[in-house]
Design a protein around this ligand. Structure first.
Ligand code: PHB
Length: 392
């Protein structure tokens, strides 16, 4: 006989979405269990995204989920677009009166985990969700680090378990059920020990391909090179990587330093056909994936979670399904705007391998339309810093 446990909300995935949801539910007295197959150290040390929209930081701060993001995050009031050998600053603050914060995702995770544990939250590291069944009366089959199995029975189950979601099949009927697009390029990302090379991020479209100069801290930098999706990250020497980066951001001399992490990020756009089935829901990367160019992934997950938290609070306190049933339509506006923005930034800045001369000139025309026009720049600034959130 398999052991059975009960909770109000079973949350699969201890990423930003799952942990924030658990925190917001706790504030209204609603119990949840968060499951993640990874251990705490893995979650807190894996380096992922770095840019938080102003609204994301405000939510984290106002709900007591992370006061550090606002205090210790670096506020950026613009980015630079570089093309045709020249830099063009997009001044977010002047254009839309908003900014973004450079505050690494693993720091957000450290804050959320510390908060959940300090509040007595039930976060089960090393507990792998094997499957989820019965959307009306959800049951999650779980395996402990010792290989023991138990069933977690809940009023609702939320898949916050990333692009390889176990909950997705229960919601959409299949693992792949969604709108999907794959891109013919990827980013080769590095982390290095060096001071920042520029005060703000540089997005550079060069004839050799795209490069992004991002940051992590005063001593660690994150940089990316557009590459073939099949590139072996160990196939380039450090000198080759720096030469390529320097060539693609001509005009700025990058501060070089030892490279201590390399990875290749595939570019995919995905939106699940369904976000809700009965009492089973999808949020964050389990529901949708964006290419990294617009830095929208984590922010979009937070926006989903605000809607789902309110819906589950209403469901738990009044029994009304109104918020739950409204979730897919409510979330999809932002999801598709972010899909468009991420695709647009990507297509504007990257040359595909089969790009024609026409395409390249059209791309320059597009970059000029954005940088030479107040209205073009303002669209980028508005989307990059983030559209208004439901709660704020
Ligand atoms: C990052 O620092 O990882 C980063 C920043 C901006 C992006 C994408 C990734 O658009």
């Amino acid at each position: 006989m398999t052991r059975t446990e009960r909770t109000r909300v079973a949350i699969v995935g201890a990423g930003p979405a799952g942990l924030l949801l658990s925190h917001l539910l706790h504030r209204e007295g609603i119990d949840s269990v968060v499951l993640d197959e990874r251990d705490r150290d893995q979650i807190e040390t894996t380096v992922r995204a770095g840019i938080l929209e102003q609204g994301t930081v405000e939510v984290l701060d106002a709900t007591g989920a992370s006061e550090r993001a606002l205090r210790e995050g670096h506020r950026h009031e613009g980015i630079e677009l570089r093309f045709g050998g020249e830099g063009h600053r997009i001044d977010f603050e002047r254009l839309v009166g908003r900014g973004v914060y450079l505050y690494p995702q693993h720091e957000v995770l450290k804050d959320l985990i510390a908060r959940r544990l300090a509040d007595g939250g039930d976060v089960r590291f090393g507990h792998r969700a094997i499957s989820a069944r019965d959307a009306e009366n959800p049951v999650v089959e779980v395996e402990t680090p010792d290989g023991e199995r138990y069933e977690l029975v809940a009023d609702a189950v939320v898949g916050a378990d990333g692009s390889r979601s176990v909950v997705r099949t229960l919601v959409t009927g299949s693992q792949t059920g969604g709108y999907f697009r794959e891109y013919p390029f990827a980013w080769f990302g590095i982390l290095c020990e060096a001071p920042p090379s520029a005060p703000e991020l540089i997005y550079s479209a060069s004839p050799r391909g795209f490069a992004l100069v991002s940051q992590r801290s005063e001593t660690v930098q994150r940089l990316y090179l557009q590459c073939d999706p099949e590139l072996d990250p160990d196939s380039m020497s450090e000198a080759e990587i720096w030469d390529e980066l320097q060539a693609r951001v001509a005009g700025t001399t990058l501060h070089e330093g030892p490279i201590f992490q390399r990875d290749v990020l595939r570019f995919r756009s995905f939106v699940a056909h369904r976000l809700l089935n009965g009492n089973a829901l999808l949020v964050g990367d389990a529901a949708h994936t964006v290419p990294p160019t617009g830095a929208k992934g984590l922010n979009l997950a937070v926006a989903d979670v605000l809607l789902v938290a309110d819906a589950l609070i209403e469901f738990a306190t009044t029994g009304s399904r109104a918020g739950l049933d409204a979730y897919p339509a409510a979330a999809s506006h932002r999801i598709w705007r972010a899909q468009h923005f991420s695709w647009w930034m990507t297509s504007m800045l990257h040359a595909a391998p089969d790009e024609t001369e026409f395409d390249l000139h059209r791309q320059m025309g597009e970059l000029e339309s954005v940088t030479a026009s107040e209205h073009g720049s303002a669209y980028l600034a508005e989307a990059y810093t983030g559209w208004p959130l439901a709660r704020l």
